[in-house]
Design a protein around this ligand. Structure first.
Ligand SMILES: Cc1cc2nc3c(=O)[nH]c(=O)nc-3n(C[C@H](O)[C@H](O)[C@H](O)COP(=O)(O)OP(=O)(O)OC[C@H]3O[C@@H](n4cnc5c(N)ncnc54)[C@H](O)[C@@H]3O)c2cc1C
Ligand code: FES
Length: 265
């Protein structure tokens, strides 16, 4: 069930050289559990600029402690436009209005299934929850250039499981992260036989189109980061074409099976 609640910022961390920042907020109400891939709508309480809330995936939930009896929610955000740049400058103590958790997250991985995570750009924020839930699964992370990578300290990942690519070769292998994935699957394909491979991905539309062409022998689930207005299924602004007709990304997604969405629609 979607919930409106207030929260205050307890950490707004950014490094000088990056437009990515970490926002940690303390909800003023106890929350139910949130699945990886679900998201929250955020805005400064009472603000009219921007008027609409903005959607962000839950990167991590820090359990309740003495200071934060309802726990805290952590978001990893790339400042891209007006709303995110305003959020980036809000000081500790600022009151926010929040809705969430919203939408359907990534389905659970059953015993015997193999999971691979793929992230393109700030799509890494949406798969953070998966990284914490399934530590050490192979993670493929592609960025345009090194400066757009999230703070590497955040991604304290086993090096033999982390496969990084960048368009300009400034970090990891030069080229597409999907080329890395393809080579990995060719090399280690034997362990993925029997159709028990799951690939969970978040990235740009172009990445999903390329993945659809790869004819992967896997169940591929992707999180669609469509711009949203209401975030709760009433404005119809986030409609996406699927094999079953129009669906709302905020209510029916944001996670969809790749084979169900019509990417050219
Ligand atoms: C379910 C979901 C989860 C998300 N999770 C995260 C997250 O964890 N971290 C994060 O940094 N971002 C996330 N996003 C994207 C984030 O919501 C947008 O970047 C943000 O709303 C932009 O707001 P703005 O006011 O800064 O930009 P605007 O001023 O509204 O737009 C600036 C530019 O960004 C483009 N833009 C706006 N929204 C999107 C979008 N969703 N996808 C691609 N381009 C867009 C606009 O067309 C415009 O060119 C998520 C989006 C969705 C739908
Ligand atoms: S954002 Fe309004 S229906 Fe999805």
């Amino acid at each position: 069930m979607n919930r409106f609640f207030s929260a205050d910022i307890i950490r707004n961390f950014q490094s000088q050289e990056s437009r990515n920042f970490i926002l940690e907020v303390r909800p003023h109400a106890a929350l139910g559990s949130a699945l990886p891939g679900q998201f929250f709508m955020l805005k400064q309480a009472g603000a009219v600029d921007p008027l609409l809330m903005r959607p962000f995936s839950l990167a991590d939930f820090i359990p309740p402690n003495e200071n934060n009896p309802n726990g805290s929610l952590m978001f990893v955000i790339h400042a891209i436009g007006r709303g995110t740049n305003i959020l980036r400058r809000l000081p500790k103590g600022t009151l926010l209005t929040v809705i969430g958790p919203v939408g359907a997250g990534f389905p659970p991985v059953s015993e015997g299934e193999t999971l691979i995570i793929v992230a393109g750009g700030i799509g890494i924020a949406s798969v953070f929850g998966l990284i914490f839930k399934y530590p050490g699964v192979p993670l493929f992370y592609g960025v345009r250039t090194k400066e757009l990578m999230i703070d590497s300290g955040l991604l304290n990942y086993p090096q033999d499981k982390l496969h990084i690519a960048s368009d300009d070769g400034s970090v990891g292998d030069e080229g597409s992260v999907l080329d890395l994935l393809e080579r990995y699957l060719e090399r280690d394909g034997a362990i993925h036989s029997g159709g028990r491979l799951k690939i969970y991905a978040c990235g740009p539309h172009s990445m999903y189109k390329a993945m659809a062409k790869m004819a992967l022998d896997a169940d591929v689930y992707v999180s669609l980061e469509t711009p949203m207005a209401c975030g709760v299924g009433t404005c119809l602004g986030c409609a996406v074409e699927t094999v079953g007709g129009l669906q709302m990304v905020c209510k029916d997604g944001p996670v969809f099976n790749l084979k169900d969405i019509l990417l050219d629609g």
